[in-house]
Write a protein that binds this ligand. Structure first.
Ligand code: FAD
Ligand code: PHB
Length: 424
């Protein structure tokens, strides 16, 4: 078994595979797992070491579909034991709170709180324990470039089955430059990866938007202050109450871009959270305080690169699209991408049928843009812009009031938040 430099002794470094996967985040690891279940060989090349990959603090909210995909591929056991199932979220604005009930509004769908760090740990341990023949997961293996891609993505259908040219991944591992010849390459290397740049400039198009605020995110050894996620609109800016377990809270505050976390001593964070979550005078509500174990500032961005396929190269997850975290869509989109792609690769490898591979980019982009819109909507409805006028604030409050008072408006939010089905 090859585990890479931090996972144990490296016995064998493969030189070819069916699917070369760049990046061992949730998208790359899950894709490899799904392909393994279909008997399709793959190799995951991850530039960071195992403990870094397992400890990067990120997402926490899983849609029903994400939960189902993890369960179906045998990666759901710990999630089912430790995940916290939620029936909805709370919107807090204008000193009042409104529960949005997902099972009622979104056809019985629920969401689960289970940290991305734990999903990554579960997938890594499954991959390293079950695959003994081959070398599916290499840590400290940085991919520099992809060569041998077909030119002219529009002819990709015909190219898919041809043996003429196979893509090659060029990477460094254990101090040596190496190559991996693949039938297909999937870029799961996140927003700072290299796979996007392998799309020729003549076909690639990126659509982007920066937001004029960031999140200060903390983890605290404090029991969650209530059972639900709370999305708070306040005159002082946005705040989010989330959690990781019955004893750990995950909390976020809107802060200006460029904020240094050092400007936010613990007491200031707790006081600000209390101020932003405050309800009107007659309702006392306080956040549970405890030792803060992690503090970081996260900028917010929307971005989509099209197409998500060029010849034998496919993009999945943050490598193709970024959303601001307010809608909790990033990880869920990444899981949906690879679930759809794994099915398409299985169909091709089983029967030679390229139809699902050919429609991957268009099908996914439709869903990606829906999630982009929802994330933009949640972000701009709940945050306060630096140049916000009282008129803008009134519009936001009117929109929130509409969601609180109209079943149709609440249903639109619930369906998007709890997640749409993988395919129509
Ligand atoms: P990544 O997790 O970025 O993984 C990419 C991997 O590729 C990394 O391990 C990287 O080291 C590796 N890599 C990069 N370049 C190379 C290279 N050249 N060679 C080899 N390897 C390479 N999403 C949700 O759905 N729900 C949420 O509640 C949520 N909350 C969030 C909260 C925060 C604060 C943030 C920042 C994000 C949140 N997200 C959420 C988004 C979610 O975390 C991402 O969308 C998710 O990590 C995407 O997974 P990925 O595998 O595509 O990319
Ligand atoms: C989280 O728990 O980290 C989380 C939850 C919901 C979001 C963003 C982050 O919208």
């Amino acid at each position: 078994m090859t585990q890479g430099s931090t996972g144990g002794p490296a016995a064998h470094v493969p030189e070819e595979t069916t699917v070369g996967i760049i990046g061992g985040g949730p998208a790359g690891l899950l894709l490899s797992r799904l392909l393994h279940r279909s008997g399709i060989s793959s190799v995951v090349l991850e530039s960071r070491d195992r403990s870094y990959a397992e400890q990067r603090q990120r997402a926490g909210m899983l849609e029903q579909t994400t939960v189902d995909v993890l369960r179906d591929c045998g990666a759901g056991a710990r999630m089912d034991r430790e995940g916290l199932v939620h029936d909805g979220i709370e919107l807090r604005f204008d000193g009042r709170s409104q529960h949005i009930d997902f099972p009622t509004l979104a056809g019985g769908r629920r969401v689960t709180i289970y940290a991305q760090t734990e999903i990554v740990k579960d997938l890594i341990s499954l991959q390293l324990s079950e695959l003994s023949n081959g070398a599916p997961l290499l840590f400290d293996a940085e991919v520099h470039s992809v060569s041998g891609l077909t030119q002219g993505g529009e002819q990709a259908t015909q190219e898919t089955g041809s043996d003429s040219e196979r893509p090659v991944l060029h990477y460094t591992y254990e101090g040596r430059r190496r190559t991996l010849r693949c039938d297909f390459v999937v870029g799961c290397d996140g927003s700072h990866g290299i796979s996007r740049s392998a799309l020729p400039a003549s076909v690639a198009r990126t659509y982007e938007r920066e937001y004029p605020y960031s999140w200060l995110g903390i983890l605290a050894e404090a029991p969650p202050s209530c059972d639900e996620l709370i999305y708070a609109h306040s005159p002082r800016g946005f705040a989010l109450h989330s959690m990781r377990s019955p004893s750990v809270s995950r909390l976020y505050l809107q802060v200006p871009n460029g904020t240094d976390p050092g400007e936010w001593p613990d007491e200031r964070i707790w006081d600000e959270l209390d101020a932003r979550f405050a309800l009107s005078d007659d309702q006392e509500w306080r956040i549970n305080r405890g030792p803060i174990t992690s503090k970081a500032v996260l900028p917010m961005r929307s971005s989509v690169t099209e197409p998500m396929r060029h010849g034998r190269l496919f993009l999945a997850g943050d490598a193709a699209h970024i959303v601001p975290p307010t809608g909790a869509k990033g990880l869920n989109l990444a899981v949906a991408d690879v679930a759809v792609l794994a099915r398409a690769l299985d169909r091709y490898c089983t029967s030679g049928d390229t139809a699902a591979l050919d429609s991957y980019s268009d099908d996914r982009l439709r869903r990606v843009w829906r999630a982009e819109h929802f994330s933009y909507f949640m972000t701009t409805t709940l945050h306060t812009s630096p140049d916000q006028s009282p008129f803008d604030t009134r519009l936001q409050l009117s929109q929130l009031d509409r969601i609180a008072s109209s079943r149709a408006a609440a249903t639109e939010l619930a369906e998007n938040y709890a997640g749409l089905a993988l395919v129509d």
